[in-house]
Design a protein around this ligand. Structure first.
Ligand code: SF4
Length: 226
């Protein structure tokens, strides 16, 4: 598999926020979201070929058993299932982060953290936006992931109107447990994060959805490798 980067940090989002974790970022994502903070990992060749054994050697250098496979879109990477198997053999807790556009059923994942993309992520370029619109929300894959794995659903919210779209999405996924739904503000910088967090927190209190922090923005201003 092509590894874009490997680093040690705190999980910034969702139910495991704050847990020291090794992040393995796999190369390649076809969606091209306009506010993506890992554009350097879009290209499927943007990295170095590494085997599961080579990755395991590097993971062992860090004082945690929590490993996060992220991207890019890791579900499009070859050899993901053998890597999750090896990680489990070494006692690791495995989170797979995905936009939910595909559903392999052979992973050994303790948590699949699904972040379906809303219209607020559409690229500005017309052709790319069209591809993005066709691919970004796939109810069949999402349903499959939800049925197959322990999961959480994380939505990136930019403006209050996005909340209506989230309700529509959840309407197409009736089996989703609302207590596994997390909402987090779309923000690259701390000031924007805090401003959007206030109204989003109020919405979470009204609905019972969980508010997800984004520690990578709060603590490190989205610095790469943090
Ligand atoms: S799905 Fe994730 S990695 Fe892919 S372009 Fe969108 S934000 Fe970036």
């Amino acid at each position: 598999m092509i590894v874009n980067e490997l680093f040690y940090s705190l999980q910034g989002e969702g139910s495991l926020a704050g847990v020291p974790s090794v992040f393995i970022r796999l190369a390649g994502c076809p969606l091209r979201c306009k506010w993506c903070d890992t554009k350097y990992a879009w290209d499927f060749a943007a990295g170095t070929e590494m085997s599961p054994d080579q990755l395991m050697q590097q993971i062992k250098d860090h004082p945690t058993r929590y490993v996060v496979l992220t991207g890019g879109e890791p579900l499009l990477s070859a050899d993901l299932a053998p890597l999750t198997c090896l990680l489990h053999q070494h006692g690791c807790h495995v989170t797979v982060e995905t936009s939910g556009i595909k559903c392999p059923t052979d992973l050994m994942a303790d948590l699949v953290s699904i972040s379906p993309k809303l219209a607020n992520s559409a690229p500005l370029d017309g052709d790319t936006a069209k591809q993005h619109g066709l691919a970004r929300f796939d109810p069949a894959s999402l349903q499959c992931l939800i049925e197959t794995y322990p999961y959480q659903l994380k939505f990136v919210v930019d403006v209050p109107a996005d909340l209506d779209e989230i309700a529509e999405c959840l309407g197409q996924l009736p089996e989703v447990d609302p207590y596994k739904v997390y909402l987090m503000p779309q923000a690259v910088r701390l000031e924007e994060y805090l401003q959007k967090s206030r109204w989003l927190a109020d919405f979470c209190l009204q609905t019972g959805f969980s508010f997800s922090p984004r520690l990578q923005v709060m603590l490190w201003d989205n610095q790469r490798g943090k």
